[in-house]
Design a protein around this ligand. Structure first.
Ligand SMILES: Cc1cc2nc3c(=O)[nH]c(=O)nc-3n(C[C@H](O)[C@H](O)[C@H](O)COP(=O)(O)OP(=O)(O)OC[C@H]3O[C@@H](n4cnc5c(N)ncnc54)[C@H](O)[C@@H]3O)c2cc1C
Length: 435
């Protein structure tokens, strides 16, 4: 009897929570990977949202996988263990994992130096250090899940043009570029801006930024090697710039095991600004330079797909909350990609904010309350600062030409490899399990 009462009261609570949540709508500006993930996290807590995206979304049918990237043509993201856990929590990982490639080991070394270090999943007693996923696949599955979720309203072809903050809510104006072009307005309790590095919302709110130009460009592409990747991620520091070579699934394999055992690898190579063209145009030159910088640890690089170039700047919003508004994702912090931390950090932010909003709804309180938003910003600052410091330490520490600094970093790599207590700590940070 008692159990039934508890079940009934839980069901009632859930229903009331859902009702209260749908009444307090959240507006999300920007439907990239962070905006879509945040909307899905909110929906997991029963909170309704409306998401506006400037670009046009493709029509996706659930059983059509034909939009997968070509064998050597894709952009990829290394998802940390924590990000994988978050997608598991909202029931999406089963959909995503068929095209995710496990990272079982991480090797770090520097060209022409003695220092090297290795992390192995068996030694660290973890299932994996993370998973590498094609951006196109991730985006497609997030979009499909959002389209199928009744608590999410998606409006594409909609570009934010004005934000008006009131005491009890926020009004968002946007230009709609559908069949008929016109301006529209929406109101909600809170606006979350996920509209990228050059965020319009951030500018409309007069929130300044601190920008640092690394004077570097990331060359991104997919290569094939004659040796299987064996699930090893390799970080290599060369005078030409830091290089990350990550294992990828094989899209031409038939079944999960074949997908996992591939010869495809994702390359992120950071070069000085202005030198990108020589890596973009000629495949043979690119492969030869890559081989020289990388050595034989991945075997021979035999083929390369189309490369893309991304100028690297760090952009940090001066603040991440204003009355009834939150700045999130790349709009809040755009980082150097060398350590593969940017998206993973955004996911931890999104997870925490969705949880705090859910708790607020359960208390029957205002989801856009200034104190709540300030508590969110405070709760996230230490993790964000740590990741920003870590990325910059990797970029500057490993590219400094001074011989004394070079010696120090090699000694540090050897120490890292040998000292028993450091590896689990660093592994936990890299996996996003410690903040
Ligand atoms: C080369 C490279 C490699 C990377 N690798 C990794 C990695 O391995 N691991 C990792 O964790 N991170 C990685 N990152 C970082 C990661 O890509 C970003 O953190 C992530 O893409 C940020 O997503 P976002 O949704 O915040 O921004 P965006 O992807 O920029 O999305 C913003 C969205 O907002 C929309 N928008 C813009 N303006 C408006 C407007 N006015 N109105 C409406 N909509 C608007 C845009 O159309 C877009 O869809 C990498 C980055 C780079 C450059």
């Amino acid at each position: 009897m008692q159990n039934t009462d508890v079940n009934l009261s839980n069901a009632k609570k859930k229903f009331e929570h859902k009702k209260a949540a749908t009444e307090q709508q959240v507006l999300i500006a920007g439907g990239g990977h962070v905006g879509l993930s945040f909307a899905l996290l909110l929906a997991h807590h029963g909170i309704a949202s409306t998401l506006l995206e400037k670009n046009s979304y493709p029509t996706i049918s659930p059983n059509d996988d034909s939009n997968r990237s070509h064998y050597l043509d894709s952009r990829n993201t290394a998802l940390s263990r924590r990000t994988v856990q978050i997608y598991q929590e909202i029931g999406l990982w089963d959909e995503l994992q068929s095209h995710a490639c496990r990272i079982d080991a991480v090797q770090i070394s520097e060209q022409g130096s003695f220092g090297r270090a290795q992390l192995n999943k068996a030694e660290e007693r973890v299932e994996s250090f993370g998973q590498v996923m094609e951006n196109a696949w991730l985006g497609r599955k997030l979009l499909l899940a959002a389209q199928q979720e009744p608590l999410i309203t998606l409006i594409d072809n909609a570009s934010v043009s004005a934000v008006t903050q009131q005491a009890d809510g926020v009004t968002l104006s946007f230009n709609y570029y559908g069949e008929e072009e016109h301006e529209q307005q929406l109101q909600a309790s809170v606006l979350v801006a996920c509209d990228g590095r050059d965020s319009t919302v951030r500018q409309l709110l007069n929130i300044g930024t601190t920008i640092y130009d690394y004077q570097q460009t990331a060359i991104v592409g997919v290569v094939e090697t004659d040796k299987p990747h064996a699930h090893v991620a390799i970080e290599r520091f060369s005078p030409a710039g830091p290089l990350a070579v990550l294992p990828l699934t094989d899209p031409e394999g038939d079944g999960n095991d074949d997908y996992q055992n591939g010869y495809r690898r994702s390359v992120v190579w950071v070069c000085p600004k202005g030198e990108e063209n020589k890596y973009l145009e000629d495949d043979a030159h690119f492969l030869a330079t890559l081989q020289q910088a990388f050595g034989e640890r991945a075997g021979t690089f035999v083929a390369a797909g189309r490369r893309g170039a991304y100028p690297l700047t760090r952009v940090l919003a001066d603040k991440q909350v204003a009355d009834r508004c939150v700045i999130m994702g790349n709009a809040a912090h755009t980082l150097h990609p060398v350590a593969g931390q940017g998206f993973n950090l955004c996911m931890r932010d999104a997870h925490v904010l969705a949880q705090m909003m859910s708790a607020q709804v359960l208390k029957g309180e205002d989801i856009g309350d200034t104190q709540l938003l300030k508590r969110y910003e405070k709760a996230r600052l230490s993790d964000q600062k740590r990741v920003i410091r870590f990325c910059d330490a990797v970029v500057h520490g490993f590219t400094h030409p001074n011989p004394a600094i070079k010696l120090a970093r090699n000694v540090a790599l050897v120490a890292f490899d040998k000292l028993p207590n450091i590896k689990p700590l660093v592994a936990n940070y890299a996996m996003g399990l410690k903040s």
